[in-house]
Ligand binder design. Structure first.
Ligand SMILES: [Zn+2]
Length: 212
């Protein structure tokens, strides 16, 4: 079997963002989506990134990053809330599959974030397990507002950034990989209308994070 060398965190980051730029520009190449690629990756996967994002149907990972089979190890939950299964899945992607990059992906007008705001403002706490999702988003809303960052895009950025921190706080494996320079974790906010990504957090990757 051919040994597949893994890219560095920076190479993975650039590969991912260049795919998003093609998607934004309306010039996707749909790489790695043909029968040859299907056969190539059938024996083993070596995804270059772990993508942990919101489940929103408009956030289809391989489409918005213009990638294909075997490229992304994808974990998605409503509001990208992370419990033990998510942490285990991220650790599998990084520790077993060797992905050099973990991406937390949130988006504007997220229903989970809106529900957390409504729970705080109106006491509108949902029933069932939706409540569990909302309760895991609520600390981000409280923290953003306490810091005077209560606009919708600021709350989203806070929630994405806190999710990045949560992964690193909870997962020793991930923190060790990042400290060793083998992996990086970034947080991106996606805009539904135009497909653009805004970088709001970067750990283990020397890239400028715009402040707003
Ligand atoms: Zn969402």
């Amino acid at each position: 079997m051919v040994e597949i060398k893994h890219s560095s965190p920076r190479e993975a980051f650039e590969l991912l963002m260049s795919g998003n730029q093609r998607f934004v520009a309306g010039t996707p190449e749909h790489p790695n989506q043909d029968a040859a690629r299907r056969a190539e990756v059938a024996p083993a996967q070596r995804p270059f990134a772990v993508l942990f994002g919101c489940s929103d149907s408009r956030l289809a990972a391989e489409i918005i990053f213009d990638r294909g089979l075997g490229d992304l190890f994808v974990v998605r939950t409503a509001g990208h809330v992370a419990g033990s299964e998510v942490l285990g899945s991220v650790e599998y992607g990084v520790g077993v599959l060797g992905s050099p990059l973990v991406v937390v992906l949130g988006h504007d007008t997220c229903g989970a974030v809106a529900a957390a705001c409504a729970a705080l403002d109106e006491g509108a706490v949902p029933d069932g397990y939706i409540r569990d999702v909302v309760e895991r988003v609520t600390p981000s809303v409280i923290a953003a507002r306490a810091a005077g960052r209560g606009q919708a895009d600021e709350i989203l950025a806070e929630h994405v950034s806190r999710t990045v921190d949560l992964l690193l706080d909870r997962s020793r494996l991930l923190a060790e990989r990042v400290n060793a320079g083998q992996s990086a974790v970034i947080g991106l906010c996606y805009r539904l209308a135009d497909g653009n990504m805004r970088l709001v957090a970067a750990r283990g990757l020397d890239v400028p994070v715009p402040t707003n």
